[in-house]
Design a protein around this ligand. Structure first.
Ligand code: URA
Length: 187
């Protein structure tokens, strides 16, 4: 990947066979939203609907994420949404270490193209991969971290909110904090 461009990234991703997830994929799921966004949301990996459509967060978790963004006045014009792995883990299992490692350079490449100010990790997998391997989502969500000039935060994954209603309130507070940080950074 010599020249940094979306076309180069897409070409590399669409032909990628760096881990076994390529064997069962319908589509590679790269991302959606504004390519000049200040806020980058990172999920875990495509689910069934995402694999079929080639777009992240289009299933039930995605619909909830849309609502949460909307509730704090954010949209895909302000945000870009990607995942730790770009191909669906079978049966929606957690992505394995070798799969995450194989895919991470694509996310780094996306980061360089987008240059967001804020990175939001959705759930444990994203937070332990991006912020800290020992990250405890229940204890450390909602806290800001600064790394390499990025403001980083983790919140619950929308799928966790669908399973446990009591997590909705703290997740919504995190969204408000993200909105507030964005407002501060915009000046
Ligand atoms: N869950 C994720 O982590 N990512 C998606 O794209 C969809 C569901």
């Amino acid at each position: 990947m010599a020249e940094k461009s979306w076309e180069t990234l897409e070409g590399a991703c669409y032909s990628c066979r760096k881990c076994k997830l390529w064997e069962r994929r319908t589509n590679v799921v790269i991302g959606k939203g504004s390519r000049t966004a200040d806020i980058l949301f990172i999920g875990e990996g495509p689910g069934q609907q995402e694999d079929l459509q080639g777009v992240p967060f289009v299933g039930p978790a995605g619909q909830l994420l849309d609502k949460m963004l909307e509730s704090v006045g954010l949209s895909l014009e302000d945000a870009y949404i990607a995942n730790i792995v770009k191909c669906r883990p079978p049966g929606n299992r957690d992505p394995q270490e070798d799969e995450k490692a194989a895919c991470l350079n694509y996310l780094r490449y996306q980061l360089m193209l987008i240059q967001p100010k804020i990175i939001v990790c959705l759930g444990r997998i994203a937070a332990t991969t991006v912020i800290d391997p020992g990250f405890k989502i229940t204890r450390q969500r909602g806290q800001w971290f600064e790394r390499k000039g990025y403001h980083m935060i983790a919140t619950y994954h929308p799928s966790a909110l669908l399973r446990d209603e009591t997590k909705k309130r703290p997740a919504w507070e995190d969204m408000q904090a993200i909105r507030q940080k964005w407002d501060e950074l915009k000046g």
